[in-house]
Design a binder for this molecule. Structure first.
Ligand code: ZN
Length: 413
């Protein structure tokens, strides 16, 4: 699937050195550095196209955009792959509820998502892959799992034996009871009759009446969600022979830690024998009025609606970056107003001929980002620079600071 249009990213002057990027890894519950490499492989789970793009989504894609920007600034190549789950139960349910064709719903929401990503200055993925277009790869991945003896039938559906992976549960750091509880809450089917283990994951759903299906060796049907991401990651990230893990980062919102990421990682490991990712990285949830933002609660704030109201996309970006990406937090209008004010002050200050020294500010931004994307600290550095400029300090380069903010934080003035 075609991604959104590419962005120009200004280069960072070579005199700024970049430390290794450290990121929080859910599996070890620690912040640890990514080894310096010439190419990084990142897989980020995309949306199911029926409620694009709420601020929770935006928060996740901004976090991984910062990772992408930082790693590129080190001179590395980043192979960034994102999927779009353009066939799944929630999409079919929403289309049925609204009396529209599921393909039309997906198409309209994908276009909306892309325009939101362009407005928010998110670098497009190198490969943006829909579940439907990946069905041949999914079928191959299921066959590979069958060869390993980890697949069984429940009537016409196919299931993956999660216990075939001795590490199952390690990446999400959850106990069996916690996993069962979350699995039931998040669309799993622990009570389905005929499963060997209640946590076993659906790989292929045989076609149901009035639902779409695609032909395969296993009969007509459609892919399960976890194998979709596993197959896309393994096919589009050019896994390197010498690496101990398949990819560097598996990313998404913290609501994907279990079951989605655990399942995808387990399936990938059973296919090629390697641990899936070096880092399992998760962004926090955004709430509104004391509740997590979700379609079921009906309290979604959509980026497209804020843009329609005339809010500045760069201010939306800055408002989200004013919180640490891993912290769950409530979205408030005052965060957006504060971001609009800061953006305005920055624009005015950056248009001056004489400004406070900028090298130290750029260095502070780099150091803050290298430390698990500490954007509040980076923004504090910008406020410090503004104060120094107001105080009459001189010697800085407004053009260079402006470019560095664009390169690293994705805020273009
Ligand atoms: Zn995924």
């Amino acid at each position: 699937m075609k991604a959104w249009s590419d962005l120009y990213i200004p280069p960072l002057d070579a005199r700024f050195s970049l430390a290794d990027l450290s990121l929080h890894d859910t599996a070890t519950n620690s912040v640890k550095p990514l080894a310096r490499k010439s190419i990084y492989r990142i897989y980020v789970c995309g949306i199911t196209p029926y409620d694009a793009t709420h601020l929770g989504h935006a928060n996740t894609y901004l976090a991984f955009d910062l990772v992408n920007r930082y790693l590129r600034a080190t001179g590395a190549q980043v192979n960034f792959v994102e999927n779009i789950t353009d066939i799944d139960d929630p999409l079919l349910e929403r289309a049925a509820r609204d009396g529209i064709d599921w393909e039309d719903l997906a198409h309209s929401q994908i276009e909306l998502f892309k325009s939101d990503m362009v407005a928010l200055h998110v670098i497009p993925p190198a490969h943006y892959i829909g579940a439907v277009e990946a069905i041949p790869q999914v079928i191959d991945a299921i066959k590979a799992l069958q060869e390993k003896g980890t697949v069984y039938n429940v009537e016409q559906d196919l299931y993956f034996e999660v216990r075939s992976d001795s590490d199952f549960g390690r990446r999400s750091n959850l106990s069996q009871i916690e996993m069962l509880d979350i699995f039931a809450q998040r669309g799993g089917d622990p009570l389905k009759h005929g499963k060997k283990d209640p946590l076993d994951a659906l790989l292929w759903l045989a076609q149901r009446p009035n639902e779409p299906g695609w032909n395969s060796e296993f009969g007509a049907g459609r892919p399960g969600w976890h194998i979709e991401c596993c197959a896309i990651a393994l096919n589009y990230l050019d896994i390197a022979d010498g690496d101990s893990t398949s990819i560097d980062i598996q990313g998404g919102g913290s609501d994907l830690i279990f079951p989605h990421h655990e399942m995808s990682a387990a399936q990938s490991k059973m296919i090629n024998g390697r641990e899936f990712a070096t880092h399992y990285v998760h962004a926090g949830m955004i709430g509104l009025d004391g509740d997590k933002m979700s379609k079921s609660k009906g309290n979604l704030v959509l980026v497209s609606n804020l843009l329609k109201e005339g809010r500045d996309a760069m201010a939306i970006r800055l408002a989200l970056l004013s919180h640490h990406y891993r912290n769950d937090h409530m979205w408030t209008n005052s965060d957006l107003v504060e971001a609009e004010q800061l953006l305005n002050e920055m624009r005015i200050a950056l248009s001056r001929m004489e400004v406070a020294p900028t090298d130290s500010t750029i260095t502070e931004i780099i150091a803050a980002l290298a430390d698990d994307l500490d954007t509040p600290k980076a923004i504090k550095a910008l406020r410090g620079w503004l104060e120094a400029t107001y105080a009459g300090q001189v010697g800085g380069s407004p053009g260079e600071l402006s470019r560095a903010i664009d390169t690293l934080l994705g805020i273009a003035f």
